[in-house]
Design a protein around this ligand. Structure first.
Ligand code: SF4
Length: 324
């Protein structure tokens, strides 16, 4: 495993506000999540907005500190790094964010945008720097002359290519792709996806993709983790999870996606109701107020993840009933 997440917790305190202050409680954004990502794999985290997937990405990128738990990258525990180790980790772990319109500084030329990570991490002569910038631009399919321009002179797809090029400048092993195509025009999404897949094969990269678009996840990921209100409720090889989802929430998510196979058409299992709040989550199984299969035990006891076969797991009391 290149990345191991072990019982990761992130709670955000919520203040009582002016004038009395105090704490009103805490948002359990990530509430005990464990999974591993193998080298060369594309692991997808999916779930509705507020499920905790973006918080996990921020914790992995060291943009937030965990409340508890461990993140281990290539054998090193990220929760206790000194500043030299943080720098080394940042060389190896890069990110591409959703919106190439806001992630590129509009006042900087592409040369400076691409050179910024290199300058922050190493000393490189001018010629070597230019050569490296030309290399990454070529990898993402942009001409060398792009260095002389500003972000506003490029289309959305080209800007996302520049964001990918910037992520590649330090030769990382691992890239977090946070909704990498959702802000782009539909007509160019496939190009960016193909580019990311080609780069992964060529450079042997590992990806963690954060996405709400299940068609995208099915297309690009090897393993998928489904999150609901801070917990992982199902995990396994993407093809198996999409073909035969075990958790009622995964079933509901997939049922809501129009797919050509009639086996996967809209079903009565579509979850109804609003997603509950991570500030005051339901007791027991957090999905129980929306679940079409809810039983008495569901509101009382949290269903731990149970292994299903060799490589899958899901957390639902129905699975315990079936194996009893
Ligand atoms: Fe539904 Fe109960 Fe399973 Fe939760 S544990 S998903 S409420 S059946």
């Amino acid at each position: 495993m290149i990345l191991e997440i072990d019982n990761l917790v992130k709670h955000f305190p919520v203040g009582g506000g002016f004038p009395f202050g105090g704490s009103k409680g805490e948002v359990k954004a990530v509430d005990g999540v464990s999974f591993g990502i193998g080298a060369g794999e594309t692991f997808a985290l999916v779930g509705e907005s507020g499920c905790g997937k973006t918080t996990i990405a921020k914790l992995i990128l060291l943009l937030e500190k965990p409340t508890a738990g461990r993140i281990v990258f290539d054998g090193t525990d990220l929760t206790n790094l000194n500043s030299r180790q943080v720098k080394e980790y940042r060389r190896n772990a890069q990110a591409v964010f959703q919106d190439p319109y806001s992630s590129l500084n509009p006042r900087m030329k592409i040369r400076d945008i691409l050179a910024e990570p290199i300058r922050a991490h190493q000393t490189m002569g001018r010629k070597d720097l230019e050569r490296r910038l030309d290399e990454v631009l070529e990898i993402v399919g942009l001409p060398e002359r792009a260095k002389r321009n500003y972000p506003h002179e490029f289309s959305g797809g080209q800007r996302q290519r520049i964001a990918v090029a910037r992520a590649l400048t330090l030769n990382p092993k691992f890239i977090v792709l946070d909704e990498p195509i959702s802000a782009l025009d539909v007509s160019i999404r496939a190009q960016i996806l193909n580019l990311l897949e080609d780069i992964q094969k060529e450079l042997g990269l590992t990806y963690l993709i954060i996405a709400h678009d299940l068609a995208l996840v099915e297309h690009v990921s090897t393993t998928v983790g489904v999150m609901y209100l801070g917990n992982l409720v199902e995990i396994g090889p993407t093809a198996q999870v999409f073909d035969d989802p075990q958790h009622p929430y995964t079933q509901a998510l997939l049922a809501a996606v129009p797919r050509p196979d009639p086996k996967h058409g809209l079903s009565e299992q579509l979850a109804t109701g609003e997603i509950a709040s991570a500030l005051n989550p339901p007791s027991g199984c957090k999905f129980h107020p929306r679940c079409p299969h809810v039983m008495d035990v569901c509101s009382q006891t949290y269903p731990e993840l149970r292994r299903i076969g060799e490589s899958r797991a899901a957390g639902c009391h129905l699975l315990e009933e079936q194996s009893a």
